[in-house]
Design a protein around this ligand. Structure first.
Ligand code: ZN
Length: 331
């Protein structure tokens, strides 16, 4: 993972940084479960503790918790690799049958880290999801493509393909990169105050990297969600078939764990095959090649932004993205 922790910064790092930021939300740092890069001396004060993902087992259920509530669980790369380590641990734990993905605090996940002190877009990690080179030290679209293919598209695909069922337990905000996490899970249980949005068209970008929108929202609402960038609520998500259950916030954990425990009574191999069967059919309905083709459009947008404004995110930060998506769509 991260050899480059205390190393001198390569030339061009600053430029690189603005070129590789990603859409989504706000964000922060590391985890207890994975290779968290050592703080570079120049950035040391900004580093959070290494506990950005927590792991626990409750009988047959592994509980993986995003743990950056101060930053509404925004995802930096360290958190991504910590999540990956937690999921690997759950898959490899013989007593675990089902995984619950939760977010600590008031919100499930505000998206990718595009501005917190723990933002780490210029940090090297060992690639786990794809076989490609390190983005650090490379320039322009080369760097962005390498990083996003690994930590965004590649990781979400890897998690979607875990052989154990995963349930996202969602409260509060689930925005942009947060959608990618929830959609990578097989089932979603939401509290009635949960809300969802992919506002990145405001950056000129046609949706987040794991482009499941047409499959999980249907083409018509996928367009509305993208064109407006507006929030939609848990009830609307339920009506669209994106969410399996909507419950009062006070009942969220009970509903999610109740469902997990019910599923855990089934044979694990049967669950793995059933999960794979549905995933294969989704891919036969075009999801995987669709995502690949849209990933090219996504990177065209980043490159256009970088070419015209010098910033691959078109100069927008977490706050402006949040304010822009605060208007609620119908439902
Ligand atoms: Zn991107």
């Amino acid at each position: 993972m991260t050899e480059s922790g205390g190393a001198p910064q390569p030339p061009g790092r600053t430029l690189h940084r603005s070129a590789t930021r990603d859409p989504g939300g706000e964000d922060p740092p590391p985890t207890v479960l994975a290779r968290v890069p050592p703080a570079r001396p120049s950035e040391a004060p900004a580093r959070e503790a290494d506990d950005s993902v927590r792991y626990a087992e409750r009988g047959p259920v592994a509980v993986v918790t995003l743990n950056r509530p101060r930053y509404r669980n925004a995802q930096n790369s360290a958190m991504t690799y910590a999540l990956d380590a937690a999921f690997s641990r759950a898959v490899n734990s013989p007593q675990v049958a089902v995984i619950v993905l939760a977010g600590a605090g008031e919100h499930f996940c505000a998206g990718h880290d595009i501005g917190t002190p723990g933002r780490d877009v210029d940090t090297s990690f060992d690639r786990e999801a794809v076989l490609w080179w390190d983005h650090v030290g490379r320039a322009g679209a080369d760097a962005r493509y390498a990083r996003e293919m690994e930590v965004y598209l590649g990781m979400c695909r890897r998690w979607r393909e875990m052989p154990k069922p995963a349930i996202a337990m969602v409260q509060g905000a689930c925005i942009a990169g947060g959608l990618m996490l929830a959609w990578s899970c097989d089932l979603i249980v939401a509290s009635d105050d949960a809300f969802f949005a992919d506002p990145v068209v405001r950056m000129g970008i046609p949706g987040v990297e794991f482009f499941a929108h047409p499959w999980v929202l249907g083409p018509r609402f996928a367009k509305e969600a993208l064109f407006t960038g507006a929030r939609f609520g848990a009830q609307r998500a339920y009506e669209l078939g994106m969410v399996n259950r909507v419950v009062p916030r006070a009942d969220l954990a009970e509903a999610a764990f109740g469902l997990a425990e019910q599923i855990a009574t089934m044979p694990t191999f049967g669950l793995a095959l059933a999960k794979r069967a549905v995933n294969q059919c989704e891919d036969l309905m075009g999801m995987r090649p669709g995502m690949d083709s849209v990933f090219g459009l996504h990177h065209l947008a980043h490159a256009h932004n970088a070419e015209t404004s010098g910033d691959s995110l078109a100069g927008l930060d977490a706050r402006s993205m949040r304010d822009g998506s605060a208007k609620k769509a119908g439902g």
